[in-house]
Design a protein around this ligand. Sequence first.
Ligand code: UFG
Length: 343
Amino acid sequence: MNSNKTVLISGGAGYIGSHTAVELINAGYDVVIIDNLSNSDRNAVDGVRDIVGRDIPFEVVDTCDRAALRAVFDRYAFDSVIHFAAFKAVGESVAEPLKYYQNNLVSFMNIVELMKETGRPNVLFSSSATVYGEAEVLPVTEQTPRQPATSPYGNTKQIAEDILRDCCGAYSGLNGIALRYFNPIGAHPSALIGELPRGVPNNLVPFITQTAAGIRPMLSIFGNDYDTPDGTCLRDYIDVVDLAKAHVAAVNRMVGARMESSYEIFNIGTGRPVSVLELITTFEKVNDLKLPYQYTARRAGDVPAVWADTTRANEVLGWKAERSLDDTLRAAWAWEKHIRNIK
Ligand code: UFG
């Protein structure tokens, strides 16, 4: 393995990590996947192997376990790390803040510290549009001020961004990119990998696909009295394969020594706001089915609207979202049917 062309992916058995592994390999990289399988399944790694048609090194490692992580750093040659491994349930983070601060921050600090210790130069961090909170001006650019986090989950994203900024500023040779994801949805067109939420889904699209599959009797739209065109919230839904390709562009930028400063931030979205109602009706249309839904009260903590200004990602990273919402929602349903054995 050529270290310059090898990427360690923490959380590589997860939803975004598995899709990113595929796109990195398609782009000519080798990958090493580590994951503690706390919210993922090793079948995802097999799905990646099936899609790319070759074996991939995979180890069950918890990134909070510094000694085990150190062993991975000693065993494999790689210059770049993409750190996906984190807890991501907003509500759970409010109920169990220590679990989130402990896991999400210790794991990231272990990664950065070992990179410094062993001279690995490039790290890419999974950040989130959640850092913008309820922005005063839409769409949000990377310069839009971050708002105080409304959940410990959101706070871990802000703190980790700050850790990365400070470390890249202080330790010469360390380069970092934070990608602020908007709302990742969809699945690989092969239907071999996709999102696998445990229990009742928190996010809209898994709830939609499970309702379509008959697992949930009714979909709830959380609020139709927002100050938006149809009264439901606006979000920027980004196809997970497009999102995975943004990671490839970011790794190319780091590996190719094209960064303008040692720490950079990019919004990763489509730039197009879509309402909850539009998403549901588009899903119904492209998959030729009807969803039972009702309007219920607003969900605590939801912002009325957020979508990305993607100019910087388009122009500086050379990346653009390509897949249509129709194709993305077809892929989401194909994946749900695949895992439920629905014809
Ligand atoms: N929604 C419903 N019904 C549902 C689920 C969601 O109406 O059953 C609505 C929400 O109210 C929201 C929209 O669908 O308006 C999208 O909700 P998601 O839960 O799918 O996504 P969020 O925008 O709330 O969450 C995303 C990321 C989080 C991140 C958060 C804050 O998934 O990681 O944005 O920016 F923290």
